[in-house]
Write a protein that binds this ligand. Sequence first.
Ligand code: ADP
Length: 740
Amino acid sequence: MEKKRIAVMTSGGDAQGMNAAVRSVVRTALDKGAEVYAIYEGYQGLVDGGQWICKMDWDSVGGIMQRGGTVIGTARCQEFRTTAGRMAAVKNLIEIGIDGLVVIGGDGSLTGANVLRQEWPQLVKGLVETNQISRKQAEEYPNLVIVGLVGSIDNDFSGTDMTIGTDSALHRITEAVDAITSTAASHQRTFVVKVMGRNCGYLALMSALATGADWVLIPEYPPDVENWKDVMAERMRAGRQAGRRDSMVILAEGAQDINGNYIGSTEVKDALEERLGEEVRITVLGHVQRGGRPSAFDRILATLQGYEAVEAVLTADPEDEPVVIGITGNRTSRIPLMEGVERTRAVAAAIAEKDYEKAISLRSSGFVDSFRTLKTIVRALPHDLDPKQKRYRIAILNAGAPAPGMNTATRTAVRLGLDKGHIMLGVRNGFEGLGEGEIEEFNWMSVTGWASMGGSELGTSRLVPQGKDLYSIARAIEDCKIDALLVVGGWSAYQAVYLMYTERNNFSAFNIPIVCLPASINNNLPGSELSLGADTALNSIVDAVDKIKQSAVATRRCFVVEVMGHWCGYLALMSGLATGAERVYLHEEGITLDDLKRDVTMLTEGFEMGKRLGLIIRNEYANNIYKTDFICALFEEEGRDLFDVRPAILGHMQQGGDPSPYDRIQATRLARLCLEYLVEQCEKGQDGNAFVGLEKGSYRFHEMRDFERMVNSEYQRPQELWWMERREITRMLAKIKPDV
Ligand code: ADP
């Protein structure tokens, strides 16, 4: 059978992660035995043909994954909007014999793709009639298979949780806002930061949530009162009076007031200056948001979607409707292209018609929830209390190793709790501190600035209480009249809570609602696909590996990078996927001598073929005997003078750093859910013990008694490892050449 031919292009606004998508499409297609062509410069290249359409091989996409932008270029093309332009495109595609086209772009580009698909039969007919192609060619290509990937920093495409580039843009924004916050705080200043997003307030909303900004203006929720400028300024003033040193407004580029007028940054600045009598500064972030290296998430998202796109192209019938590859709950999904485009357009239309309710209903539930949470936590002070309201004493502690995001979660829980009138108690130094009574009542300002801080401000300890510790903890709970307990932590935190649960008969003080919020860079907790800190750690690893790779230019060298995770291979596998490692060693799979022999052969062959760099990622506990130094020594010896080998043990830098935007957003959502759970338990007079997490796209609570059943206690990881299914793709993409 003749080889299938697939073409790939990037179009419209560029987005970080497009290169990872191109790499994945090219390599997956080659691995599946297809031929691949890259169309340079978007639709312009498709219309112009010739040198703009190039055949790709395995190495054409080497070393591009960590680069921002798109190496095959993108453009905005007027000609493609005309029938003549599209006819030229069809001719070029038929002449090369393309069976399927993967378009990576925003809703504009995907609309263009859909138009091409719908007009295809007519355009082919026109080409035959004008003798530009033969009848036989026309019969061979009755239709074109089209698959879209959404490359857009705006996250504005309906039907997918995230689009390629959004997470990286959020990284850029939070880095910038964190930096501005520190200077603003030094001078007690007010800043207005304008962010991108066209008709979508996602970037503005999530960055406000992630940075602890004071006010946000987005298209979907215009301020609901005419005098919103007074309200906003009043809020800033109250914040300062309550002790805040800086004020920050995040403005989405598409933000409007209730009359449908765009709100400009100068308008916000003038409004604040007039009312506060102080200078206000504007920062327009602009194209910085599109630039820079893609985040770990964007690399992985683009890679998985590129793989799925090729699968979709190869299994599609030419008559099938085009699809877009999305992501829902950490899994790739397929959405009919036109439906996705139409729903996306409908949001913009609803905003233009000032039908905000409709606009919001078309956004995800996460978006709506986040807005609600934000409205509370940005307040300068809690709402006034309802005197009839029952107030509970809720304690929060951090336990286990510090994980980025712990502070963000603590801040959210404290503020939401205070806002509902509860007494929020901060426990210092984990269960050890609890036993020693290191407990203090927190107020609204106790957690100021915590949204963006790494580590654990409360302090944490790894103690799993036993024997007499349990007595002191029980006494502290009674003495402080703790009604409910929120534990933000990792494995030892879960173990401690489980132990308390099993000791309920012996200690009546333990019969209170307790909930565990998953926070561990190891991502080894049951009932949660992603625990707080894992995304930050993954980004730290990916950053470090990028640098390590750069250091090896021109030397033929193989690096063996050791990453954390205890017995859980999540960080190792995902960093392998995001950096293009040749091999990943996991404890889950183990390492055998045969593996090592095969890998030495693979590396030797690779370097003989002209490879300049090898990358192996090893989980810290992958094997007791075949440790990193052993593997390095073995490879060094076997590599002779063909290549040398260096270890890179990344160590505790993986636990540090400011939390990534995703970890901050996740921390906020989980903390809100945990607080609601505890309050509900208290109100119902129940004493549930549970752990929470995101699974298959929804948040769930599991009862604490299921902990033992859901984990592998010996190796401290969940029984079910959802991410293991990504091994195949990691392995395939890392090959030195395709098998076929
Ligand atoms: P994005 O893909 O980032 O939304 P644009 O809206 O600028 O970017 O679209 C990129 C390109 O897609 C346009 O320059 C044009 O070539 C093509 N395109 C967009 N809309 C259409 C359409 N309705 N018909 C044909 N081509 C279109």
